[in-house]
Design a protein around this ligand. Sequence first.
Ligand code: I3S
Length: 128
Amino acid sequence: EWGGVVCVFSELEKAGLLNKTKIAEGGRKLRKNWNPSWVVLVGNSLVFFKDPKSQTPSSWKPGNSCPESSVDLRGAQLQWANNLSSKKNVFKLRTVTGNEFLLQSETDSLIREWFNTIQSVIDRLVRC
Ligand code: I3S
């Protein structure tokens, strides 16, 4: 059963609603377009889902949701980026392929948790 295999190997680290904008694609700057996104940290990937309205942690199931995009965290870089936005609590995630995202939350504790959890996954991937 593939379902079982996926359960064994992919650890759901964290899921929740964040504001997101992509600011670069392959190193090329993009125009900002902030949108709420349902963000799921699973295994070595950060997965973004559209239309978070109907999605809460308890109702979220990978099988009935459509991922918008996902980011491989291996070799990614994370940094606080309050200089890149007028919003508070913003950090930047840069992938090895030169894609850059800003993630933001109005809630200080929540954004710090996300930052620390993503950073710990990045650190763990350096060692394997
Ligand atoms: O860094 P910027 O370019 O000043 O970011 C703002 C703009 O992208 C703006 O869009 P338009 O230039 O299409 O009007 C967005 O609506 C703002 O949210 C962007 O700034 P913040 O400071 O919210 O990241």
